[in-house]
Design a protein around this ligand. Structure first.
Ligand SMILES: Nc1ncnc2c1ncn2[C@@H]1O[C@H](COP(=O)(O)OP(=O)(O)OP(=O)(O)O)[C@@H](O)[C@H]1O
Ligand SMILES: O=P(O)(O)OC[C@H]1O[C@H](OP(=O)(O)OP(=O)(O)O)[C@H](O)[C@@H]1O
Length: 260
């Protein structure tokens, strides 16, 4: 697995930044698989993240980057912070940028994929729905579901916005979203929803719950990314700090130069 943040090799250990004052917020995932792999990626790039207060502390630092404050946030919060400009640089899943706002991708620069957190957001139905293999079949099911069952078709998901946009592309409007905070795959068997939209990587959670991805049901392919906010307040000082940060990672990436 390639967890390198650099494109041009690791380079020398960074010295103290010549720039004083101001400061950038670098947000990294506070828990789960993304936390561990993100920290490994920064360590590989000789930018090891220190978390002096331990696993429950929410502020960290990078040696040699005195103008960078590391904040540990849930992955979804990082996406929202990058879009709104309260986070300058962040690592999170691309799925969360797309889910957080329809114009989310326009408000950030995806600097590079990090080679982990690879997963697809998919539409999955019970294995027993043998005649439903494509979104067009689902559209047929949705259109007469209420007449047949006396209630709307229910979709369990935490990807409410991605679901609405994707279903609209197929003209599917007759359904209800059941917001799910976790264990979404359990919802159809538990009777709280008819189908789901969720993230999958190996597919084992879907098959363990007798669910199947529709043939054209991949909404998007996601990966952990190093991301820069376009909406942050890019004063000349902070732009210089951003350049200093990326100089350690092999140079300022092309997409960033439009900010500078
Ligand atoms: N099985 C998986 N394989 C690879 N990447 C995944 C997998 N599940 C989730 N991810 C990635 O990690 C991100 C965070 O997922 P996770 O399940 O840790 O979030 P959460 O705990 O539900 O959300 P939050 O961290 O915002 O509270 C996902 O949005 C996706 O980008
Ligand atoms: O396709 P799979 O490889 O089965 O992964 C999919 C599962 O991973 C995530 O959950 P979570 O992070 O709670 O699960 P995990 O750590 O067990 O993968 C996601 O919400 C799915 O439930």
């Amino acid at each position: 697995m390639n967890t390198s943040l650099t494109t041009l090799g690791n380079g020398p250990m960074p010295g103290p930044s010549p720039i004083a004052g101001g400061g950038l917020v670098l947000a990294v995932p506070s828990k789960g698989r993304l936390e561990e792999l993100t920290r490994k990626a920064f360590t590989n790039a000789r930018m090891a993240i220190a978390r002096p207060g331990g696993a429950r502390a929410y502020i960290g630092a990078i040696k040699g980057q005195p103008h960078v404050t590391v904040r540990f946030y849930p992955a979804g919060e990082i996406a929202r912070g990058l879009i709104h400009g309260s986070v300058d640089i962040g690592v999170t899943g691309t799925d969360l940028i797309h889910e957080a706002a329809e114009n989310g991708p326009e408000n950030v620069v995806f600097v590079r994929g990090l080679g982990f957190g690879e997963a697809d957001v998919v539409v999955a139905v019970p294995d027993s729905w043998i005649d439903v293999t494509h979104m067009a079949d689902l559209a047929d099911v949705a259109s007469d579901f209420r007449a047949r069952h006396g209630r709307w078709l229910r979709v369990a998901t935490k990807y409410v916005n991605l679901t609405r946009r994707f279903f609209a592309e197929y003209g599917i409007a007759e359904y209800r979203i059941v917001e799910s905070a976790g264990a979404t795959e359990a919802a159809p068997a538990a009777g709280s929803a008819d189908l789901i939209v969720d993230i999958t990587s190996t597919g084992s959670t879907l098959s363990a719950n007798a669910l199947r991805v529709l043939d054209d049901g991949v909404i998007l392919k996601s990966e952990a990314n190093l991301i820069v906010s376009r909406t942050a307040d890019w004063t000349p000082l902070r732009k210089a700090q951003l350049e200093a940060f990326f100089s350690v990672l092999g140079g300022v990436p092309a997409g960033i130069s439009t900010l500078l």
